[in-house]
Design a protein around this ligand. Structure first.
Ligand SMILES: [Fe+2]
Length: 311
């Protein structure tokens, strides 16, 4: 039998008590957020008549999710990372700030401390021989439309098995493989050589995948390359580009694909182009410029602080 008790005064008082709102100790912001989230959860249990069996299934799943370290994985899977981006877009729109290079989600696999190189870097160590050679380059522009010498381009991507260094379950990759910080040259240009990454998915059988399957979804991402781009007097841009032609380019479980972030790939097979690029064979070329936005009242109003791995 379905009952509804949420609106009862004793339930409302209980929510105040369990959120600590009846005492001065603790953190007011935490109390405010927990009160709201618990109220919404209590109401959902009432409205949907969530059974104890269903509830405890959820708790067991949360325990498994935490034990697997996958909270940062289900977060984009349930669209929360993209939702935070949409809110920042809306904030920018209200402030009249135009993002010529769209932001998109960071994901959970950044590692601070990658080697810093001037102007150009090679990202891979040459051991993943299954990947197509890649040359990517472009210019970092400032809010006045002028190039930004000295801008910092942090780049990271996975190998052809879909594994990132520092998170490689096979342990095969050296630290910072396919991760670099490139300082734009005196014309604001950056370039790097690497291999084209492949798409990847959430771990098979994982709590993240179990939930996505229960939703009738998949846990796969199209191939992509991550970036943080920053410069003095500008806001740090968090973004990714997708590798054009990947079949999942518009079907990303993490909802990171955005218009303007799928640059064209130009294939080069002629000897002159290969020699000019300084590469050993046919390669894919991506040209992509980054456009940064100004500080707001002297501040990066969208700088995100979160727990990140550092090595
Ligand atoms: Fe990624």
């Amino acid at each position: 039998m379905s009952v509804t008790i949420f609106a009862k005064p004793e339930v409302q008082a209980f929510l105040q008590t369990l959120s600590g709102l009846d005492k001065p100790e603790g953190n007011p912001r935490v109390k405010q957020i927990i009160h709201r989230l618990m109220s919404d959860l209590f109401k959902a249990i009432d409205d949907l008549d969530i059974t104890p069996d269903e509830y405890w299934t959820g708790i067991a799943w949360l325990n498994a999710l935490g034990a697997a370290g996958q909270a940062g994985l289900i977060s984009p899977g349930l669209g929360l990372d993209h939702y935070l981006d949409l809110r920042m877009d809306a904030e920018d729109e209200a402030l009249g700030i135009q993002n010529d290079t769209p932001r998109t989600i960071e994901g959970p696999l950044y590692v601070a401390g990658a080697p810093v190189e001037q102007g150009h870097a090679r990202l891979d160590d040459g051991r993943d021989t299954n990947g197509q050679l890649l040359r990517m380059h472009g210019t970092v522009y400032g809010s006045n439309g002028q190039p930004l010498p000295g801008a910092s381009v942090e780049v990271w991507h996975c190998d052809t098995r879909g594994f990132y260094s520092h998170f490689d379950p096979t342990g095969e990759q050296a630290p910072f493989n396919m991760r670099r910080t490139i300082i734009a040259d005196d014309t604001g240009q950056y370039s790097f050589h690497s291999i084209l990454p492949k798409g990847y998915g959430v771990p098979p059988g994982s709590p993240t995948e179990q939930l996505l399957f229960a939703l009738g979804r998949h846990g796969q991402r199209p191939a992509h390359i991550h970036f943080f781009v920053g410069a003095d007097e500008h806001r740090k841009l968090t973004t990714q580009i997708n590798i054009a032609g990947d079949p999942l380019v518009n079907d990303d479980f993490a909802y990171a694909t955005r218009d303007g972030l799928v640059p064209e790939i130009v294939e080069h097979t002629d000897a002159a182009a290969i020699q000019a690029a300084g590469l050993d064979g046919p390669f894919a070329e991506i040209t992509f410029d980054f456009h940064l936005t100004p500080l707001v009242a002297g501040q990066d109003n969208q700088l995100v602080e979160r727990l990140r791995v550092a090595a």
